[in-house]
Ligand binder design. Structure first.
Ligand code: 5GP
Ligand code: ZN
Length: 114
């Protein structure tokens, strides 16, 4: 998807502070952080929403969460806590239609989310 900003970040066509990459996923700092740690983990392959996941994608999504846990642990949030968020579709707050895991940590979190 040429027009997708996260595909362009993956391809280094747009700047981003990348913090992790492997053959399946890329992680980078959110441009507008909502917590001291706010990392986004994306699959390399363009998948627009969680609604578009295929059965074969299940290990990929599990890997996204494992990488998110690694990012949170590296920043010292493993014991105190951190939040994993997927906003799915507009009413849930999805604004970029390439799936991404938000990894948020470093401050107390409220529940329910707004
Ligand atoms: P969503 O609202 O779709 O769940 O999350 C999109 C996230 O992407 C937002 O937290 C927003 O700040 C972040 N974002 C949007 N554009 C860019 C960008 O160009 N670079 C980076 N690093 N983050 C972005
Ligand atoms: Zn994309």
């Amino acid at each position: 998807m040429e027009s997708c900003i996260f595909c362009r970040i993956r391809d280094d066509e747009l700047p981003a502070r990348k913090v992790y990459e492997d053959e399946l996923v890329v992680a980078f700092e959110d441009l507008n952080p909502q917590a001291p740690t706010h990392v986004l983990v994306i699959p390399r392959r363009h998948i627009a929403t969680l609604n578009d996941l295929q059965p074969d994608d299940e290990p990929l999504v599990g890997h996204m969460l494992a990488v998110g846990a690694k990012m949170a642990a590296q920043r010292g949030h493993a014991a105190r806590g951190w939040r994993a968020v997927f906003n799915n579709q507009r009413e849930a707050g999805q604004t970029v239609f390439h799936i991404h895991l938000h990894v948020l940590g470093g401050r107390p979190m409220e529940w329910p989310p707004g």
